[in-house]
Design a protein around this ligand. Structure first.
Ligand code: PLP
Length: 344
């Protein structure tokens, strides 16, 4: 197996091979002279860009990550595209890039899903991972905002992710994002800057870095390509959206589902000191990453400044109940009360 250098660090072969296989089609639209073209569904192909294209130089690249599912009754569904559209536009706006009209975004994702419906069968999860991106394509070396962009939607069979529970280290040296920075945007730079600390953590035997705030390294933020959630004595807790973490759609869905199922939820600042105290007090703590790729990535060990703690990962953990409830909605096995499924 190739060494896993993915950011969504995992200890499974499936995640190491995630996203290697494109499906047959892609969607491409161009932004020029102040407006987006209507875009076209095309056979998947490589694109040609001048080395002068601004995306190679000053970081105007953003992306989304979302999934489409073949439901139990055979229909295809894209999960929460409205929210992904809102988020891609928030990322675009933060990076001074032109927002995508809803219709164009929807045409892109639905076009690829419809055209590649046979690919759902090639994956054990009957799901496709969809990857919309926007990149600066103007050919110019000067430091400037690009006046031309490409919007591309590509897809890959989703596969299973994070089958095994992970070991995570609370990071107290490096910072992913600071207040006023780009932490809440899905821009390429956030991920590029995270690779080196993730590499160091891997050398120390960890699968994942738990980021903390950039000022004091005291408040828990998120992990790799996942939001962090905890169940502490039956209450689902997660860091608030402070502007430094991504407004994760899995996080949001889990909070909604938990409240609906009578679970207490607490969106707050979570300090490393509190977390360590709760472990020492012997509270039952579940810790997991929440994200589109894995849905739930259970954490079996957390290292806090060299002290190792073991969150609960038993089969009856609440995180697995929430994961099942969420998956049931996606596959059409549970009631879609909030209209999250966009059925084609
Ligand atoms: N945090 C980061 C940095 C991510 O890249 C992702 C993945 O998109 C998440 C959190 C989880 O977000 P979502 O649940 O929308 O996939």
């Amino acid at each position: 197996m190739a060494q896993d250098t993915t950011l969504a660090t995992s200890n499974t072969a499936a995640a190491a091979t995630f996203g290697m296989q494109p499906t047959s089609h892609m969607f491409l639209a161009e932004y020029k002279n102040g407006s987006w073209s209507s875009g076209q569904l095309q056979d998947f192909h490589k694109i040609t860009l001048s080395p002068f294209a601004l995306c190679f130089h000053y970081g105007q690249t953003i992306f989304e990550g979302m999934k489409a599912f073949r439901m139990a009754d055979g229909r295809l569904n894209i999960f929460r595209p409205d929210k992904h559209h809102g988020r891609i536009n928030a990322s675009l706006s933060r990076m001074q890039m032109p927002e995508l009209p809803k219709e164009l975004f929807m045409n892109g994702i639905t076009g690829v899903v419809q055209a590649d419906k046979d690919w759902f069968e090639k994956d054990s999860e009957h799901a496709l991972y969809l990857r919309p991106i926007v990149i600066a394509s103007e050919e110019r070396l000067g430091v400037k905002v690009s006046e031309e962009y490409l919007f591309i939607v590509m897809a890959s069979p989703a596969g299973k992710y994070f089958v095994n529970p992970v070991k995570a280290k609370v990071e107290t040296t490096y910072t992913r994002a600071c207040e006023g920075g780009t932490g809440a945007a899905k821009c390429g730079g956030n991920y590029g800057a995270a690779f080196y600390p993730a590499h160091l953590a891997r050398l120390q035997g960890f699968d994942q870095v738990i980021w903390t705030d950039g000022t004091h390294h005291e408040y828990i933020e998120e992990a790799g390509a996942m939001n962090l959630m905890f169940v502490v004595d039956g209450t689902l807790m997660t860091p608030e959206l402070s502007g430094t973490i991504l407004d994760g759609i899995t996080r949001n869905s889990m909070l909604t589902l938990a409240a609906k199922n009578g679970l207490k939820t607490d969106v707050r600042k979570i300090s490393v000191t509190d977390l360590e105290k709760w472990f020492k007090e012997g509270k039952r703590i579940e810790a997991f990453g929440a994200g589109t790729a894995a849905v739930v990535a259970p954490i079996k060990m957390i290292d806090i400044k060299g002290n190792k703690y073991s969150p609960y990962i038993g089969d009856d953990a609440i995180m697995f109940t929430l994961k099942k409830a969420l998956n049931d909605i996606k596959y059409g096995l549970g009631k879609d009360e909030w209209g999250w499924n966009y059925i084609l």
